[in-house]
Design a protein around this ligand. Sequence first.
Ligand SMILES: CC(C)(COP(=O)(O)OP(=O)(O)OC[C@H]1O[C@@H](n2cnc3c(N)ncnc32)[C@H](O)[C@@H]1OP(=O)(O)O)[C@@H](O)C(=O)NCCC(=O)NCCS
Length: 162
Amino acid sequence: MIRIRNFQPADTDDILAIADVQLGEKYITVDDLSACNVIVVEDVELQKCVGFCLSYVGQDGKSYVRTVAVNPDHSGLGIGTVLVAKAVDYLQSIGAKKIMSPLWKHDDIVNSDVIFRRNGFFPVLEIPDYWYADSIAKGYSCPVCGKGCHCTCVMYELAMYN
Ligand SMILES: CC(C)(COP(=O)(O)OP(=O)(O)OC[C@H]1O[C@@H](n2cnc3c(N)ncnc32)[C@H](O)[C@@H]1OP(=O)(O)O)[C@@H](O)C(=O)NCCC(=O)NCCS
C-alpha cells in the first residue's frame, strides 16, 4: 500500500538516494528540500519514501513543478502521475493560474511527457543547455552528460481558467 503525504525530515535520505539515481548525483540537495513544497509517496510496508515531487513559486512570481522522480522498483504504478497531480493541487491552492515545468529531454524523448500530459500540461518551448550554468555552479552530474549538463529542457505549461 502506498500513502501520499507531505515531506517529513526523516524522508531526506530516501529522497536524495532516488534523486541521485534518477536525476543525477547531487542535483537535489537538502537546501532544495527546504526551499520547495515537497510531496512524497511512502510505501507503507517498506516504511520508505519511493517517490517525490518538488514545486515552488519563483522570485519571478511564476509557479513551477520543478521535478518529479520515482524509485525504479516502483515505476509504472501511477505514482509519478499522482505526484504531479498533488503538486498542481498545492500550487492552485496558493493561487497559481499557470504552472510551468522544465522537463528533461534526452535521445529525443521526454520520459515524463505522459505523466504531465495526463495532468493537462503541454510543451510550449525548447531550451538547449538549460541546466549547463547551474550544473557547473552547483557541481552536480547529469545521468547522461556527467559534469556540465548539455541536455535540452522542454518547458511544459498548464493554464487554469477558473
Ligand atoms: C518519469 C517518472 C517520474 C515516471 O514515474 P512513474 O511512477 O513510473 O509514472 P506513472 O506510473 O505515473 O506513469 C508511467 C508512464 O510514464 C511513461 N514513462 C515512464 N518512463 C518512461 C520512459 N523512460 N520513456 C518514455 N515514457 C516513460 C510511460 O508511458 C508510462 O505510461 P504507462 O504506464 O501507460 O505505460 C519516473 O520514470 C522517473 O523518476 N524518471 C526519472 C526522472 C525523470 O525523468 N523525471 C522527470 C523530469 S524532472
